[in-house]
Design a protein around this ligand. Structure first.
Ligand code: ZN
Length: 101
């Protein structure tokens, strides 16, 4: 299995905020590395491996060049180690906060 064609460092890494929002999404795998991601205002198509077109068709990825919540939703379903590490850090961070009143 190839590595997803994503340069995390260039994209500013995994944002905790996007990761949290990615957990609300539904992703259906339509082909190897390809997902139809729903649950936001619009559905989006993610393609993790085809280098001839962008990884996701949403504005966050196309215009801001970020690892968007749709890509994160797909990577979680692929068991991507970097995203799982970021998820572990997010949970540790949430646990370290005082409980809401
Ligand atoms: Zn996206």
């Amino acid at each position: 299995m190839p590595e997803p064609a994503i340069d995390f460092e260039a994209a500013g890494g995994v944002s905790a905020d996007r990761l949290e929002r990615s957990l609300q999404l539904h992703a259906a795998r339509t082909a190897p590395g390809r997902y139809r991601v729903a649950g936001g205002a619009h559905h989006h198509w993610v393609d993790l491996y085809t280098t001839s077109h962008p990884r996701c068709d949403c504005g966050d990825h196309l215009w801001r060049d970020r690892v968007c919540k749709h890509i994160l939703a797909a990577l979680l379903r692929e068991g991507d180690e970097r995203v799982l590490v970021a998820l572990r850090e997010l949970i540790a961070d949430l646990r370290s906060r005082p409980a809401a009143a």
